[in-house]
Ligand binder design. Structure first.
Ligand SMILES: Nc1ncnc2c1ncn2[C@@H]1O[C@H](COP(=O)(O)OP(=O)(O)OP(=O)(O)O)[C@@H](O)[C@H]1O
Length: 578
């Protein structure tokens, strides 16, 4: 029996899901009241691409219109999501438009996401529980077990899944979990005897608003005797720590680098290395100048190691890192009772620790003016005075100072004493920035690949000529330190045997690409981009000009005109067929 018209009309009027009818140009020509309520009366006459955006589903609708049949897909309108079923409407064997039935799935999607999130957290929680060292048990408001972790199960010799659903008193001896659920009072660090062991337990009620919904029990240590064992272990480790601290102190009081560790074949580096040999035999004060990361500290070590003092200590002081009020006592030491907090018996300063060796005063340009005066006196008198003391102590120390500041400019600004500058400036090493000795880069790269390969344990990697070229093009404001960091980063991302340009930090390659992009007249560039887009659309639609025109938002005639202008049509059809 045919369905009466009145029934269809009623269905159309009362259906809660929006329904849209379009013509062959995908323009909305009619809707049911639900669609108008949701999208507004102005929806009639608007095109689907305006409503949906040119999402993949819209593209499929264009195809559907040509082929006929039906399709289902997901679309978003505003912040709402819909499942959309599209059916071709036929008239006289021709596809004259589409009928679109929308079903809102926003809430469904939200719930699905929420469920996925809950599931993920549940997995995380279970993993944490099962990898915890402590035994953990969770009970519900009636004392029935809802969670039981692996550690607890191992201790009791049971299987966690078999414990779920049992009453806690059935499973754990001397438990008070069922009491904690009633009192609501947490119990911490309680001793509980289980399987002949004295365990330390926490029992914590779980509240939901003002209602107790369960409790968590934690067994902190498997047995108190373990606490004693741990305490013994801590005592032993402390002793070891003291021993290694001493070793470390001795290590840092020695210069670690010598001349062979200074890599570079540039003329200036060769000359500086020769100079190291010359000045090493004397005790003259040396001033090392150069930007940060150029290798000043390396040279300081090398000078000390090449000198007759090489068996003596090498003490480094970073003048910028020590707070101003501590610098004097750090450098010259203090007597007992010199100030509140002073150590019993006093403390020797860095100059005394460096006796018979070298003191390396790094960042000397940052030394406060009053300390500069005191340092000048030490350099002249070759003796120091403890803070809080009044008898001078003779010292035999070679001073090497370093700075990345322009000391002459600081003198002009009244921030550095000129008399100290002349005292320090006996022998000066000017270490040039890396950008002025780029010929050293390949050797440095090889050196760092060797060194880092060993320390990172990733083996010896190679560098491709293209990646080396990127390094040679860079300006290296951070000098050798920056180069070393860049290579370390590259070794952390490289997975094959060779470092390629894309393993280097993007800031090195990006500037190069930007700088090297050729500038062409705008018209020429726009035409090239337009041609590329037409080709891309034809390729995507496998030569379907109508669809390609739709995709680019062009009328058929404009599209054909452009295709002809760029001589594309024939080649596109030949290559991909229609
Ligand atoms: N010629 C070189 N050969 C090998 N390694 C070098 C060279 N120059 C510098 N380095 C390395 O670069 C890093 C920075 O060097 P160093 O600390 O000596 O620089 P610096 O000039 O003292 O820096 P800052 O002024 O910031 O203290 C170190 O790891 C050092 O070993």
């Amino acid at each position: 029996m045919p369905i009466p018209q009145s029934f269809l009309k009623l269905l159309w009027e009362t259906l809660e899901d929006p329904v849209l009818l379009t013509d062959s140009s995908l323009q909305v020509i009619n809707t049911n009241p639900a669609a108008r309520n949701f999208l507004g009366a102005s929806v009639i006459g608007s095109s689907l691409s305006e409503l949906f955006g040119k999402v993949p589903f819209w593209v499929e609708l264009v195809g559907l219109l040509e082929r006929g049949g039906q399709k289902e897909g997901e679309i978003s309108i505003g912040d709402r999501d819909f499942l959309c079923r599209a059916v071709t409407l036929k008239k006289g064997g021709m596809n004259e438009g589409l009928l679109l039935l929308l079903r809102e799935i926003t809430e469904l999607r939200r719930m699905t996401k929420k469920l996925e999130l809950t599931e993920r957290w549940r997995n995380i929680l279970y993993t944490i529980l099962d990898t915890a060292y402590e035994g953990i048990v969770v009970v519900d408001e009636n004392g029935y077990i809802t969670m039981f972790n692996q550690a607890y199960a191992d201790f009791l010799g049971v299987r966690p899944e078999e414990m779920i659903g049992k009453h806690v008193q059935e499973v754990i001896e001397n438990t008070r979990m069922h009491i904690v659920i009633k009192t609501g009072k947490p119990e911490f660090r309680q001793v509980q005897r289980i399987k002949g062991h004295n365990m330390i337990c926490d029992r914590i009620p779980i509240w939901e608003g003002d209602k107790i919904i369960g409790a968590v029990g934690k067994v902190l240590f498997r047995d108190i005797s373990e606490v004693d064992e741990l305490a013994e272990q801590v005592r032993r480790l402390k002793k070891e720590l003291e021993y290694y601290k001493g070793q470390l102190r001795r290590h840092y009081q020695q210069a670690r680098y010598s001349l062979e560790d200074i890599i570079g074949q540039s003329r200036v580096i060769r000359e500086l290395k020769e100079m190291v040999n010359k000045v090493a035999s004397t005790s003259s004060t040396v001033l090392l100048k150069g930007e940060s990361g150029t290798g000043k500290e390396l040279f300081a070590h090398a000078i000390h190691n090449a000198s007759p003092r090489y068996r003596g200590p090498f003490i480094k002081v970073n003048c910028a890192a020590i707070p101003e009020n501590l610098l004097e006592s750090e450098l010259f030491g203090y007597e007992e009772g010199a100030f509140t907090g002073a150590k019993k018996g006093g403390k020797p300063g860095k100059f005394e620790l460096a006796n018979g060796g070298t003191i390396f005063l790094d960042e000397i340009g940052d030394m406060p003016l009053n300390m500069q005066a005191k340092l000048l006196r030490v350099l002249q008198e070759k003796e120091i005075e403890h803070v809080g003391g009044n008898r001078p102590v003779k010292i035999d120390v070679r001073v090497i100072a370093a700075t990345n500041r322009d000391l002459e400019a600081l003198i002009r600004e009244g921030r550095f004493r000129s008399d100290l500058f002349y005292r320090l400036n006996v022998v000066t090493f000017e270490i040039p920035p890396l950008r002025q000795r780029k010929e050293d880069i390949p050797l440095l790269v090889e050196h760092f690949l060797d060194k880092l390969g060993r320390t990172l344990g990733c083996g010896r990697k190679k560098i491709t000529p293209a990646a080396l070229e990127v390094l040679l093009q860079h300006n290296w404001p951070g000098n050798v330190r920056e180069l070393e960091n860049v290579l370390e980063r590259a070794l952390n991302v490289v997975d094959g045997p060779e470092i390629l340009p894309h393993h280097l930090p993007p800031y090195l390659t990006e500037t190069r690409t930007f700088n090297s992009r050729p500038l062409r007249p705008l018209k020429e560039t726009l035409a090239r981009v337009e041609k590329e887009l037409l080709e891309e659309a034809l390729r995507y639609t496998k030569g379907n000009c109508l669809l390609a025109a739709h995709l680019l938002g062009l009328s058929k005639s404009t599209f054909y005109e452009k295709v002809a202008r760029y001589g594309l049509r024939e080649s596109a059809f030949r290559e991909y067929g229609n």
